[in-house]
Write a protein that binds this ligand. Structure first.
Ligand code: C2E
Ligand code: MG
Ligand code: MG
Ligand code: MG
Length: 288
């Protein structure tokens, strides 16, 4: 059964298919082709710092056009890539690409912003993630502060000791770490204390309901104040309208991200959007 995901009728994979072995194998083959033939690219979605009104960072989100010319979204293939281990080479491709793009961004003379990259648990468990990041940063002469990794709490649950060691090494490079999709899963605020996390991203399911659900609003408010008391910044994900933005701001989120500001877009568009956005917001600040 193909799940309705609101992104057209095409559906490559859903968890409901229960990882049907043949289907999985088909996608695995297609992902290998994708890597070999360069069918992936990356979109960037800005996030806005509420205190300044300016874009201070963007999140890198992988995109795929398969051999049939269909666009396949990450929710439909990242789970398969994780299950088959292909997320390791795919994730490395994303990291290297984004680090290259940071270098381009700096060469083009744009102001410094943060580029966030989603990293799967498998990448922490296998391969040589830290060494690869270090090498790519050096090769491109990038300020490590420009890079942030987005991880999920599954990592802390599965292998806390290894995760802590890896995070310490990553932090030692100067790279920052965000905890993604917070509020889903176990979401222990204890993670914020035990692990070196710089930013917490409140899952968009809470933002979704915030304008009309007291529970969601209570959750957001509690998460923000706990995070702040531990010195951790907060991003609200998935802001789609002004009402949600007003609500989220009531609870002092540091950053917000969502379609309300911008959809994820290719690099060239980002550069244009960024310049226009910053100019108009700096202009506003000056005329006030
Ligand atoms: P995520 O890291 O939580 O990324 C946010 C997702 O929410 C993105 O979906 C983004 O397009 C979407 N989004 C942003 N603002 C809004 C909004 O206002 N409304 C709604 N409805 N959606 C919004 P996307 O690009 O389809 O990615 C889905 C997930 O796939 C990501 O969730 C992340 O977990 C994973 N993913 C994407 N790229 C990568 C990657 O390079 N590596 C890994 N390991 N995972 C990735
Ligand atoms: Mg993310
Ligand atoms: Mg998220
Ligand atoms: Mg996610």
């Amino acid at each position: 059964r193909a799940k309705e995901n609101g992104r057209g009728s095409f559906c490559f994979y859903t968890a409901e298919m229960n990882a049907d072995a043949r289907q999985l194998h088909k996608i695995e083959q297609a992902l290998r082709v994708a890597l070999e033939e360069g069918q992936f690219w990356i979109h960037y979605q800005p996030y806005v710092q509420q205190s300044s009104g300016l874009i201070t960072g963007v999140e890198a989100l992988i995109r795929w056009r398969n051999s049939a010319g269909e666009i396949v979204y990450p929710d439909q293939f990242i789970p398969v890539a994780e299950e088959t281990g292909l997320i390791v080479p795919i994730g490395l491709w994303v990291l290297r690409s984004v680090i290259g793009v940071i270098a381009q961004w700096q060469r083009e003379g744009h102001p410094d912003i943060t580029f966030s990259v989603n990293v799967s648990a498998r990448q922490f468990q296998e391969g040589h993630l830290v060494g690869q990041i270090k090498a790519a940063l050096q090769e491109n002469q990038i300020n490590p502060q420009s890079l942030m990794l987005e991880i999920t709490e599954s990592l802390m649950i599965r292998d806390p000791e290894h995760t802590l060691n890896m995070l310490k090494e990553i932090k030692a490079l100067g790279v920052r770490v965000a905890l993604d999709d917070f509020g889903t899963g176990y979401s222990s605020l204890g993670y914020l204390k035990q692990f070196p996390i710089d930013l917490l991203k409140i899952d968009r399911s809470f933002i979704n309901g915030i304008a009309n659900s007291q529970d969601d609003e209570t959750m957001v408010s509690a998460i923000v104040s706990m995070a702040h008391s531990l010195g951790v910044g907060v991003i609200g994900e998935g802001i789609e309208n002004d009402q949600q933005l007003q609500r989220v701001n009531l609870h002092a989120c540091d950053y917000v991200q969502g379609f309300f500001y911008s959809r994820p877009m290719p690099y060239d568009e980002l550069a244009l959007f960024f310049e226009g956005y910053q100019k108009s917001h700096l202009g506003l600040a000056e005329s006030e």
